[in-house]
Design a protein around this ligand. Sequence first.
Ligand SMILES: [Zn+2]
Length: 277
Amino acid sequence: MKAIIKNILKNLGLYYFLQGRYRQCLFWIKKMYCRIKYAKYRGSGFTCNCCGESYRKFVPDNPTDENKNAIALNQVIAGYGTNILCPACLSTARERLIMALLINEFKPTGNYILQLSPERNLFRFLKKNNNVVTADIEPLLYKSIDAQVQHEDATCLSFSNNSFDVVVGNHIMEHIPDDRKAISEIYRILKPGGRAILQVPYSTTIANTFESPDLADPQKQSALFGQKDHVRIYRLQDYINRIKQAGFKVSVIEYNDLAVYHKNAIQDKEVFISIVK
Ligand SMILES: [Zn+2]
């Protein structure tokens, strides 16, 4: 029944519009709830670099019954754990890692930036001092973040060669069936010396990336890959190799070398993959 309604709404062109509104409502309700529930934890410990608020602990996020085996068995670093969501603004640990590097190290100013599947806080920060274009294959999901969001297929971008200073696609490649094509498209549109921010969930314990790019079964995808719209779990080194194959220079900043940002409750154990054209 659920699938039938979904198909009808898709055919009417309403599905992603309603889904976007639904997500926005959930976001505001959850934000209000967390602010009230976590008021008692205000104090030093962790500081959110998106909103500036400090708490002794942040909101945890745990896998569901559907995906917990995939996450645990493959030891995927995927945005779960303690101290994931800021109680004040609901920024995520993966967003705060990128925010820490943008604020303290990359400091983009006057740049032409493409942000794919835009995350709210990163978009707000970037647009203050840069010209930011946002895009997604389902732009209606992102209207509440940027009303100007465009339709783009990451594997076939409409932009010209060497046009952007920075491309941000935080946790998108694990969703894209032909990720190699998307990575090479991002390489094509970046200027020489331009930076790509393309973090993904990954494992360092599995022998190889395992994937099923054509699988379109949310339940199976959750059970296999840890999220209902993911098509693979990357082995970290294999992901790095795929990026290098597109022509990028890649280096890794280990979690321990990000210690200065641990106070911002960044994702536990997550490394930063530095990618430059
Ligand atoms: Zn916050």
